[in-house]
Design a protein around this ligand. Structure first.
Ligand SMILES: Nc1nc2c(ncn2[C@@H]2O[C@H](COP(=O)(O)OP(=O)(O)OP(=O)(O)O)[C@@H](O)[C@H]2O)c(=O)[nH]1
Length: 323
């Protein structure tokens, strides 16, 4: 089976295939559609062709470091396999991108079999943490789990109320503190509530002030300690919420968080609003972390589990059709 058929099969295996395709449409226009146009006048993998591919990768926000790696591999593979036609080259390019993502092996998402699984969402304000907490609640509730929300973003005026409103809408409890109160205290209350009520998942929406690294480290360190004291082994997952539209800046922000605390995965929001879908590959290559979910809209059902094959199909749709 050719690579495009393999990617297509993986997307067709999903019940949210249409939503995936629609959400990735902007990225497809900057990536797949433009690559496809390189077929006109294609003469082989020469410097000019590689430069064109490089420009397309950079405009999709793959980042210079990762784009250079991809084009170098493409050049080597094309020579090694003696690839000649444009279709062979485009298959090879997409295979290189797939391999690059799959080179890292990911740990399974940790689940607490004996009690509440605690997921902390971290990231800068505006990245979409609060909305993501709501969407994650919807996903987990739809799978039959009970959920409690912890409004631990006590610094942003409005964040607590915003999350509480989501809680009401989704019919799950939301543990609140006072504005400017101690976020760790909210998390302790939420852990106790979750244990008393045998709740399956606790989702903590934390503050996203990107102050100096020492403060961030202290704040996140304290949250981890108090949670671990209440529920041994928690937090089970710490997911960094990144706004895909911020591109390479988002990667820089991510590095600050990664230095400040242990992060186990990425949630990439606002993918529907960006043409910079290549950010997924940059994240993987530069941060080595798995993308767990992508946000493809503002509604609770718009958080979709990420899988690289469906995603690559989404941004390359139509590329293999004439292969
Ligand atoms: N189109 C689109 N919009 C999103 C997505 N995720 C979040 N948003 C929107 O982005 C805006 C900011 O999201 P919020 O969750 O409110 O983020 P915030 O409260 O500003 O900041 P934090 O919660 O502190 O991260 C809101 O208008 C959300 O509806 C997404 O995947 N797609």
């Amino acid at each position: 089976m050719g690579i495009f058929a393999k990617l297509k099969a993986s997307l067709q295996g999903r019940d949210d295939a249409d939503r995936y395709l629609k959400g990735l449409d902007k990225s497809k226009k900057t990536f797949g559609d433009r690559l496809r146009r390189l077929a006109n006048g294609f003469r082989g993998v020469d410097d000019e062709f590689l430069e064109e591919v490089m420009i397309i990768l950079l405009e999709a926000d793959v980042g210079i470091h990762t784009a250079e790696k991809i084009t170098a591999r493409l050049e080597n593979e094309a020579a090694r396999q003696r690839l000649k036609t444009f279709d062979e080259i485009s298959e090879c390019l997409v295979s290189v991108m797939l391999e690059m993502y799959q080179e890292h092996t990911d740990a399974e998402v940790q689940v607490n079999e004996n009690g509440t699984t605690v997921i902390l969402l971290v990231g800068v304000n505006g990245s979409g943490k609060t909305t993501t907490a709501a969407k994650l609640t919807k996903t987990l509730s739809d799978q039959g789990n009970s959920v409690v929300l912890a409004a631990a973003d006590t610094f942003r005026a409005g964040a607590v109320d915003q999350l509480a409103r989501w809680g009401e809408r989704l019919n799950v409890p939301c543990i609140k503190g006072r504005e400017n109160g101690d976020p760790s205290a909210v998390l302790v209350d939420a852990c106790r509530y979750a244990c008393e009520h045998h709740i399956d998942y606790l989702i903590g929406d934390t503050a996203g002030r990107l102050q100096n690294k020492v403060n961030l480290m202290n704040e996140l360190g304290k949250m981890r300690r108090v949670i671990e004291r209440e529920i041994p082994g928690a937090p089970h997952e710490v997911w960094l919420v990144l706004d895909a539209t911020t591109g390479q800046n988002g990667i820089q922000q991510a590095k600050v968080f990664l230095e400040a605390t242990k992060v186990s995965g990425i949630i990439l929001t606002k993918m529907d609003g960006t043409a910079k879908g290549g950010i997924v590959l940059a994240i993987r290559d530069q941060l080595g972390l798995p993308v767990r979910y992508i946000g493809l809209g503002e509604q609770p059902q718009d958080l979709r589990p990420f899988d690289i094959e469906s995603y690559l199909y989404g941004i390359c749709e139509g590329m293999g059709d004439h292969a």
